[in-house]
Design a protein around this ligand. Structure first.
Ligand code: PEP
Length: 251
């Protein structure tokens, strides 16, 4: 299965900084093979990033979108706006959207439906908080997020990102064993929804991924890629992650 490694820049980088990043990053990953390389800058930098990545092996994603096509929704961004800027994918349901902007499973489902209908690839995020993990509720939370979030969504354009909230931006990467355990559970849950097509859905790990941790994570059987925050802000460290060392799947 082709790997999928995506950068989530969150609220970082101006247009100028985006240009600087891409002029160093694009040549650094030019020879990377068998990996979809995706960068998600903030909305304001999408259009210029879209021009810079044209005819390269780097793809563009947005970090969010609204489900309506147009109208009186001050501050929101539609799928058509993203497509015109050159986006092929959109991240939906990131834990920061759930936590700070109160997005629940129903809102996330509406966004996924609208993005899928527009032909955007879906990078759908799920993950438990530390409290939920400590209360042994990890699987219940993930099952609920998947079942409600993906209601009515096809498997075709779907990538799922497992991002334990306790690992995001904390420097505490999940161990390969912890990641594989949840990824296997996600695969099983997807199989209930999609049958054998679940085997071709890429499941990404996200949460303090670094150039040092990527190889062992990618060696896990059900880890098919990464969603990277902090370590994706520097072209050198993100290109190292994209060019991770491929090993035989082990765990
Ligand atoms: C993220 O926000 O998607 C993420 C994984 O961030 P970080 O790599 O900084 O933990």
């Amino acid at each position: 299965m082709k790997s999928f490694i995506a950068a989530n820049w969150k609220m970082n980088k101006t247009v100028t900084e985006t240009r600087e990043f891409l002029s160093a990053f694009i040549p650094a990953v030019r020879d990377a093979v068998d990996v979809d390389i995706v960068v998600a800058p903030p909305f304001t930098a999408l259009a210029s990033a879209g021009e810079l990545i044209r005819d390269t092996n780097v793809q563009l994603a947005a970090q969010d979108m609204f489900w309506e096509e147009k109208g009186a929704f001050t501050g929101e961004i539609s799928s058509a706006m993203l497509l015109e800027a050159g986006c092929r994918h959109v991240i939906i349901g990131h834990s920061e959207r759930r936590q700070y902007f109160l997005e629940d499973d129903a809102v996330i489902n509406k966004k996924l439906k609208a993005a899928g209908k527009a032909g955007l690839g879906l990078i759908f995020c799920v993950g438990e908080t530390l409290g939920e993990r400590e209360a042994n509720r990890t699987f219940d939370v993930i099952r609920r997020e998947i079942e409600f979030g993906l209601e009515g969504i096809g498997a075709g354009n779907l990538v799922v990102a497992y991002e334990p909230v306790w690992a995001i931006g904390t420097g505490k990467t999940a161990t390969p064993e912890q990641a594989q355990e949840v990824h296997a559970f996600i695969r099983e849950t997807l199989r209930k929804l999609y049958g054998n097509s679940a085997d071709s859905i890429r499941i990404l790990y996200g949460g303090s991924v670094t150039p040092e941790s990527i190889d062992r994570l990618m060696a896990c059987r059900d880890v098919n890629g990464g969603l990277v925050g902090g370590a994706s802000l520097n072209p050198e460290s993100f290109s190292k992650i994209v060019c991770f060392k491929k090993a035989i799947k082990e765990t």
